[in-house]
Write a protein of this length. Structure first.
Length: 271
């Protein structure tokens, strides 16, 4: 029996079918990363998917892809994709869940790094500009913020159910006075630190909720790449036994946490 190649990740990228003089490109262009070529990297495969519409992959496409991947052991593989392919494969929610997990479970570390980089740390705000965040998520974030900042505002583009209850709980349990505002009614002064939980990053937020430093989590992945501000952070830097693609560690921690232990992956900074 042929031994399958064990891989740690699969990355899907949306492509456009190219028509040549004699032949057209394959539906799935599969290339190996790492393996014997570079023993210092995790082993994975990149898959460029050509000529796919919003309708997704057909049964024929799936069988074709399975055939192309028959020589690989996918049991430990983390699945990643660019924005368009995530929509086509219907895995956007799974990939976003990893970003949410990354923030909530590393909140203490993020606060620590912000305090190291910026001396003044008295007041903060949480901006909710995405419908993907629930009250329990905000509670977890506030649980870390309350130990580091004296004054905290909540600024909402999307109304959270029972936000009044959260404000009351914060005062009863922590003795912290939270101020909740709608985006339209918010005209607050500059905050030392702001966590933006938004669908897309826009310069509008800089003017609406001015800050000394900010940490941004967006629904998409493209808009934060365009941020041109040294005081805005949008992810974590990881270190492990082997080099891995950017953002992989966040997805690894959510999808395959045992791989983090296997390759001794840890957080070392924010970016």
């Amino acid at each position: 029996m042929k031994i399958k190649k064990k891989i740690q990740y699969v990355y899907f990228t949306y492509g456009k079918r190219k028509m040549g003089f004699r032949e057209k490109s394959r539906k799935f262009e599969v290339s190996e990363i790492g393996f014997e070529k570079d023993e210092n990297r995790l082993d994975g495969i990149d898959i460029v998917v050509n000529g796919v519409t919003g309708a997704g992959l057909s049964q024929k496409d799936v069988k074709n892809l399975e055939k192309r991947l028959k020589d690989y052991d996918l049991s430990e593989a983390v699945v990643m994709a660019d924005e368009k392919m995530a929509d086509i494969l219907d895995i956007s929610d799974m990939l976003f869940a990893a970003k949410k997990y990354e923030l909530i479970h590393n909140c203490f570390f993020i606060m620590k790094k912000i305090k190291q980089k910026f001396d003044k740390s008295d007041n903060a705000a949480v901006v909710i500009g995405s419908a993907r965040w629930e009250l329990k998520d905000i509670f977890s974030i506030l649980d870390e913020l309350k130990d580091n900042y004296k004054k905290i505002d909540i600024v909402m583009q999307y109304q959270l159910p029972n936000i009044t209850g959260l404000v009351e709980l914060a005062y009863d349990e922590w003795g912290v006075v939270l101020h909740a505002y709608s985006v339209r009614n918010y005209n607050g002064s500059k905050k030392d630190f702001v966590i933006f939980l938004v669908d897309k990053w826009k310069d509008f937020w800089i003017k609406k909720v001015p800050f000394g430093a900010a940490y941004v989590v967006t629904d998409d992945t493209e808009s934060t790449k365009q941020v041109n501000n040294n005081n805005v952070f949008s992810g974590l830097i990881y270190k492990g036994d082997k080099e891995m693609p950017r953002d992989m560690a966040a997805h690894m921690a959510w999808q395959k946490p045992m791989l983090c232990e296997k390759f001794h992956v840890s957080v070392i900074d924010i970016y």
